[in-house]
Design a protein around this ligand. Structure first.
Ligand SMILES: CC(C)(COP(=O)(O)OP(=O)(O)OC[C@H]1O[C@@H](n2cnc3c(N)ncnc32)[C@H](O)[C@@H]1OP(=O)(O)O)[C@@H](O)C(=O)NCCC(=O)NCCS
Length: 132
């Protein structure tokens, strides 16, 4: 799933390492026994950072991302997270709309932050949501 979306996908070992850390929080969406999407974040004190969110290409465009993010943010609030941070490619329109709908506001810009498959660099926006 991760490799369907990102030029530099994380490999199985990286996921294994993250999932073994107590700080890592995650939710997944399943249909007919197959994972359709997932979200991972890392909690430190009363803050969390969303590490990745991805839906299978066939599951995109139907609003499932809202369900996944709502469930995840609700869980983070329950375990004491007050602020959530993330980075997103400034050209990723679906992700920007998704985050804006769930209360994320833009707080910064990282020019040339992402390496693209074609060798170019894309700018990241940093965003923050207040869960209190
Ligand atoms: C980002 C992602 C999880 C969003 O899920 P999705 O199912 O595609 O998104 P949705 O259909 O729920 O749409 C989210 C919003 O973006 C809008 N949108 C969808 N495609 C769009 C496009 N090409 N241009 C502009 N807006 C778009 C939708 O209308 C919706 O807006 P709304 O909430 O106002 O109705 C999904 O596209 C994905 O997995 N992408 C690859 C991984 C990725 O980029 N993750 C984010 C990294 S930070």
């Amino acid at each position: 799933l991760h490799a369907t979306a990102f030029a530099r996908p994380w490999d199985a070992h990286e996921f294994e390492r993250m999932l073994c850390e107590r700080a890592t929080q995650g939710h997944a969406l399943w249909r007919a026994g197959a994972m359709q999407g997932f979200i991972l974040s890392r909690k430190v004190a009363d803050e969390a950072e969303i590490l990745t969110v991805v839906l299978a290409p066939s599951a995109r465009g139907g609003g499932l991302s809202h369900r996944l993010l709502r469930e995840h943010l609700g869980h983070l609030a329950l375990i004491g997270v007050a602020q959530v941070h993330l980075e997103v490619d400034e050209g990723n329109a679906p992700a920007l709309k998704l985050y804006a709908r769930h209360g994320f506001i833009r707080v910064g810009t990282r020019t040339g932050y992402y390496a693209q498959a074609d060798g170019s660099r894309a700018t990241a926006l940093t965003m923050r949501a207040d869960l209190t």
